[in-house]
Design a protein around this ligand. Sequence first.
Ligand SMILES: [Zn+2]
Ligand SMILES: [Zn+2]
Length: 116
Amino acid sequence: MTSKAKKPMAKHVVLSAEGISITWDDGHSSIYPHRYLRLRCQCAECVGEWPRYSTIDESRIGVDVQALDHMQVGNYAIQFLWSDFHSTGLYPFEVLRKQCPCPECRGETFGVRKSS
Ligand SMILES: [Zn+2]
Ligand SMILES: [Zn+2]
């Protein structure tokens, strides 16, 4: 297993009313609904620390939560400032790319390549 898959890099991040759109260095672009990513925050405040690691409590997250700002962290992650004043979660590029909600990526995740 020496083949290195190239790690995804986010080239461009745009926050809009519709969602958070990320353009990747391989040309792919992803649009994440704001709340979709907020619910995927993996920080200790949201999901607890090992060994009490749990999933995020969705009822705590408002339906209209939005990312107000974003910041790139090193060469590997993005940090968002959310409208509920939460900002401690890091979203590594690889995780973000895996969470891409587009049909193409969802298909690949489940090992089903659609033939066109
Ligand atoms: Zn969090
Ligand atoms: Zn995708």
